[in-house]
Design a protein around this ligand. Sequence first.
Ligand code: DX5
Ligand code: ZN
Length: 230
Amino acid sequence: MSVLIAPSILSADFAKLGEEVAAAERGGADLIHVDVMDGHFVPNITIGPLIVRALKRVTRLPLDVHLMITEPDRYIEPFREAGASMISVHVEVLPHLHRTVQAIKALGAKAGVVVNPSTPVSALGEVAGDVDFVLVMSVNPGFGGQTFIPRSESKVREARALLDRAGNHQAGVEIDGGIDLTTAPRVVAAGASILVAGSAIFHAPDPERATRDLKAAAEGALRASSPAAR
Ligand code: DX5
Ligand code: ZN
């Protein structure tokens, strides 16, 4: 078992995106997390497949595309074609979540399902055996730099248990929102294996070093936590 660090470019300087991503990559980032927002599901508007395609040219790291949009089914293929390796969709907007998960996998990408802070992990019960990862939102989606919601720690535990009960031991639990040197060890001990971090990396004076420090903190917590806690 390992912990992956996924810097979120939402907090990066978009005027020098290539350099920002390169710094995170030098610091040991495992993925690049891309936040797609449509101004409907969340109040903010961010980026589309064009930027994913541009990122694909400047990094070897897999692109982890988090769709915070009301109609994800319409955009899975364009994002996959643009270079997304992982695509996650919110359970809150998908009455046919099982079909969407299968559609993502059929395109050869890893399929993730996301729960907002107010959505119970149990909403994912019927797809727990199908997904490649579960993403627990530890802030309300829409903006970087928000405070970690403490209850998320036990939701990570619940998500890990749900996947294990479904026999889906290889699927990971990702966590997104308010992850920094203080919260990272706590969520890793709870069973998180993919840590998204935006402001803790790109608002730091040295994003390369911030990535390295976060990874070290996460790996330290993984070594310290007992197998039973994972
Ligand atoms: C929030 C996004 C996050 C965001 C996290 O809606 O999904 O990925 O970039 O930012 P921090 O790490 O600053 O909370
Ligand atoms: Zn995100």
